[in-house]
Design a protein around this ligand. Structure first.
Ligand SMILES: [Zn+2]
Length: 239
């Protein structure tokens, strides 16, 4: 009796193992499907169409609502201020594979789901990124550091909750230079507008979009070259 029993048990065991392996295979493949699952939502409002493609099922719904609210609050203002011909169709992608903070190209903003989950208060990432859609400068329009400086200038001026994110323009330091981009350039632009030329950014933005911006533009607008402006700024950087 003993021998057939073991044989029988072995068969039972084999069948259980087979079922177990099938189950594991099923779970893994369905798990894989969940990882790749994405949901798409389209919101038509105020003449705009915002499409949200979310690749992260765990991503906070409240955070998506904040991204959407910020878009509808900020984008019309930026359009009015800078570019009435900007695209009215914008796509937000909540990307699980993207390792940066966010990037924008061709009317699509890619947000890192990891970054936004860790930094949910940094909602004006939307303001910086959609300013890039408004800018629409194309290739070779001007220096990249100025494009990024203007996007952070727009965040500074039109952001909905920079304070809540602990985001501010950094104080001047001698180690800085105007082409450091982002907030350092943004602060320099704020300073020029306060001291020498209001609406400088609006003017530069137009020139960059129409590809008429040159190094001479600084002097034409302010009477000083960018290097001369930086020397004056370094001496009295208060804003
Ligand atoms: Zn940028």
């Amino acid at each position: 009796m003993l021998v057939p029993d073991i044989k029988y048990l072995n068969i039972v065991y084999f069948n259980i193992m087979k079922k177990f392996l099938l189950l594991i295979t099923f779970l893994l493949s369905s798990g894989h499907a969940v990882v790749n699952a994405q949901s798409t939502e389209v919101i038509n409002k105020k003449g705009y169409r915002l499409t949200i493609i979310n690749q992260d099922p765990e991503f906070s719904k409240a955070e998506i609502a904040k991204l959407v609210k910020t878009f509808f609050e900020v984008y019309p203002k930026l359009e009015k201020e800078y570019n009435s011909k900007t695209s009215e169709e914008v796509t937000f992608i909540i990307d699980t594979a993207y390792d940066g903070v966010a990037e924008t190209g061709g009317g699509r903003v890619t947000f890192s789901s990891k970054y936004m989950t860790k930094h949910p208060a940094d909602i004006d990432v939307v303001t910086h990124e959609v300013m890039h859609i408004i800018q629409d400068y194309g290739d070779g329009a001007g220096p990249g550091w100025l494009t990024e400086g203007i996007a952070d200038y727009a965040r500074f001026k039109f952001g909905v909750d920079n304070k809540g994110a602990g985001w501010q323009l950094p104080d001047y330091k001698p180690s800085q230079n105007y082409d450091n981009a982002y907030r350092i350039t943004a602060r320099f632009l704020v300073w020029i507008e306060k001291k020498l030329k209001p609406d400088l950014v609006k003017s530069f933005d137009e020139q960059l979009r129409s590809h008429t911006f040159t190094d001479e533009s600084w002097k034409k607008e302010t009477g000083k070259t960018v290097d001369e402006l930086w020397v004056s700024y370094s001496a009295h950087p208060q804003i």
